[in-house]
Design a protein around this ligand. Structure first.
Ligand code: FES
Length: 155
C-alpha cells in the first residue's frame, strides 16, 4: 500500500492510473487513427446506472467482473443521496459514498486510497480519514452477496 503522506491531490501517477494508461496506450498504439471518444473513455471512471428497489441497489456479476483490486465502480441510481463507489479490496466488497465529507466534492479510489482532488483529503478504502482537511469518514454502506451479484443497502 502506498504511503498517504506521499499522495498529492494533483498526482495522477498511481498504480491504477499507470495500469489504465498502459491499457489505453496498448489500444491506441494499435492504430494512429484513434477516435477522441476512445481516449476520453480511457480517462473516465467505470460507472454503473442502477435502480433502487426495497432500499437496495443490485450490481450484477458482469459489472463486478470488471472491477480490479483496490479500484472501484461508481454506482448511481435515481433517488440515491450520493453516488457510491463499490470497491474490491482483499477479496471483499466495500461500498463507500463518493461525496467528500469535507465540502462534498466527488472522491475517487486511487492507489489503495480514496482521494479528493478539491482540497487533498485522503481516506483509506473503508472510508476513514488519513489526511484532512476532512475530519469525518466517508459514508459506508452495507454490502450483501446475492449469488454472483452484490447488493448495496441504502439507508
Ligand atoms: S471537498 Fe474534499 S477535501 Fe475539501
Amino acid at each position: 500500500m502506498a504511503d498517504p503522506s506521499k499522495l498529492h491531490p494533483a498526482d495522477e501517477v498511481t498504480p491504477e492510473g499507470r495500469r489504465q494508461f498502459l491499457r489505453c496506450a496498448a489500444v491506441t498504439g494499435a492504430s494512429a487513427l484513434v477516435p477522441a471518444s476512445l481516449l476520453s473513455a480511457c480517462a473516465a471512471a467505470m460507472s454503473f446506472q442502477g435502480v433502487v428497489a426495497d432500499g437496495r441497489v443490485r450490481v450484477p456479476a458482469d459489472q463486478l467482473a470488471q472491477i480490479e483490486e483496490d479500484a472501484g465502480l461508481l454506482v448511481n441510481a435515481p433517488g440515491l443521496q450520493e453516488k457510491i463507489w463499490l470497491i474490491r479490496s482483499e477479496g471483499e466488497w466495500l461500498a463507500i459514498g463518493a461525496e467528500c465529507s469535507h465540502l462534498s466534492c466527488q472522491v475517487r479510489p486511487r492507489g489503495g486510497f480514496i482521494a479528493c482532488k478539491c482540497h487533498g483529503s485522503t481516506f483509506i478504502l473503508d472510508g476513514r480519514v488519513v489526511r484532512g482537511p476532512a475530519t469525518e469518514p466517508l459514508r459506508r454502506y452495507a454490502v450483501k452477496d446475492i449469488a454472483a451479484d452484490v447488493e448495496i443497502e441504502i439507508r
